[in-house]
Design a protein around this ligand. Structure first.
Ligand SMILES: NC(=O)c1ccc[n+]([C@@H]2O[C@H](COP(=O)([O-])OP(=O)(O)OC[C@H]3O[C@@H](n4cnc5c(N)ncnc54)[C@H](OP(=O)(O)O)[C@@H]3O)[C@@H](O)[C@H]2O)c1
Length: 331
């Protein structure tokens, strides 16, 4: 692998690129951020200048036409993920695409087929999975530390202040479940290690028909239940708990822990809480380095688009339930 670095381009001047993923690419040991594209050439130029990106383009197509770009990072509104991931794959670019990978499972599978047909890698940018703590929690659960898992409780909420935010636009794939509930679904499936057999949800809808808050329940085999709430209208909260027959694990700041030390709290009745502390790290950096390694070594990314499709199948079922007043929907 020696000195080779992946030459990345970012499609759009999105906030999440600016705040977290672009700097991670720039700091990575095996990549560099060579270009940014925007719908607006002047915006691209300003962004590139402000963030030390050598090349800018006034259209996404122009970036895809650049033969010196190996991989693109796509932080577009959800409704545009499929189109630009497929176009990037057809242009021979590897694709790291923001979560949720697409609007539904069928779109995820289209993207996977395009990547396969064009011999490029594709991965959903669910960064929390790359934090060593997530793996550690799964290992602790599998080791039997808290007995048999019975329930998972999750929340991911925050308060949106801008009405023109993409998350409130139904034509762009907005909604609390799409934006943050997708983490609750993903972490529940990861911890249980199985797919839910049925789901239920209730939601509060905006006038435009976007779920600004949604509470969901996932029924897994053997009676394991996961319940969660996600919202675009509540104070920030992002945490999960795994409850077992012998104790439970609490994971605060579960998805966006920052780069400082993190904890896993082991709780048993009234005994003093035992906190397992892990060193801080940058989950975005670990994610982009993993993806670039997969390209350099020509191995498949740890998380496939089929896995993203499985998450979307659950999200689709939750929306069906929420739109029908909370009926149970079988998967
Ligand atoms: N993993 C994470 O931690 C994380 C965190 C936040 C968001 N995300 C995901 O990242 C994606 C982007 O979220 P964001 O909050 O960063 O979005 P954002 O700041 O609103 O940026 C989206 C970008 O898409 C481009 N765009 C193209 N067509 C657009 C349209 N019709 N309306 C609005 N923008 C359009 C714009 O760039 P140009 O004008 O420059 O072309 C815009 O800057 C979403 O999929 C979201 O779920 C992930």
């Amino acid at each position: 692998m020696a000195e080779r670095r992946i030459r990345w381009g970012v499609i759009s001047t999105a906030n999440i690129g600016r705040a977290a993923v672009n700097p991670a690419i720039q700091a990575s040991r095996n990549g560099r951020l060579d270009a940014v594209a925007s719908r607006d050439g002047e915006r691209a130029r300003e962004f590139a200048t402000a963030h030390s990106i050598p090349t800018w383009y006034g259209s996404y197509e122009a970036l895809l036409d650049d033969p010196d770009i190996d991989a693109v990072y796509i932080p577009l509104p959800n409704s545009l993920h499929r189109e630009w991931a497929v176009r990037a794959a057809e242009a021979g670019k590897h694709v790291l695409c923001e979560k949720p990978l697409a609007l539904d499972a069928a779109e995820c599978l289209d993207m996977e087929a395009a990547a396969r047909a064009n011999g490029v890698k594709l991965m959903e940018a669910f960064m929390y999975r790359f934090h060593p703590r997530t793996k550690r929690v799964v290992e602790m659960v599998r080791s039997g530390l808290i007995g048999d898992v019975k329930a998972i409780r999750t929340a991911f909420t925050f308060r949106l202040t801008r009405k023109d935010n993409i998350r409130l636009d139904p034509t762009l794939g907005g909604g609390a479940l799409m934006d943050v509930g997708c983490y609750c679904v993903n972490v529940s499936r990861t911890i249980v290690g199985a797919e839910p057999v049925s789901v239920q949800a209730v939601a509060q809808w905006t006038e435009r028909g976007v779920d600004e808050a949604l509470a969901g329940m996932l029924h897994f085999p053997e009676g394991v239940v996961s319940h969660f709430d996600c919202s675009l209208t509540m104070e920030r909260s992002e945490a999960f708990e795994v409850a077992g027959t012998d104790g439970y694990l609490r994971v605060p700041a579960a998805f966006l822990p920052g780069t400082g030390p993190v904890g896993i709290e082991e709780v048993r009745g009234r005994e003093p809480v035992k906190t397992h502390t892990l060193e801080g790290t940058d989950e975005y950096l670990l994610m982009v380095e993993h993806f670039a390694d997969c390209i350099l070594l020509d191995v498949e990314p740890r998380y496939s688009a089929s896995e993203a499709a499985a998450n979307m199948r659950v999200i689709e079922a939750l929306y069906r339930s929420a739109r029908s007043g909370g009926v149970s929907v079988t998967l």
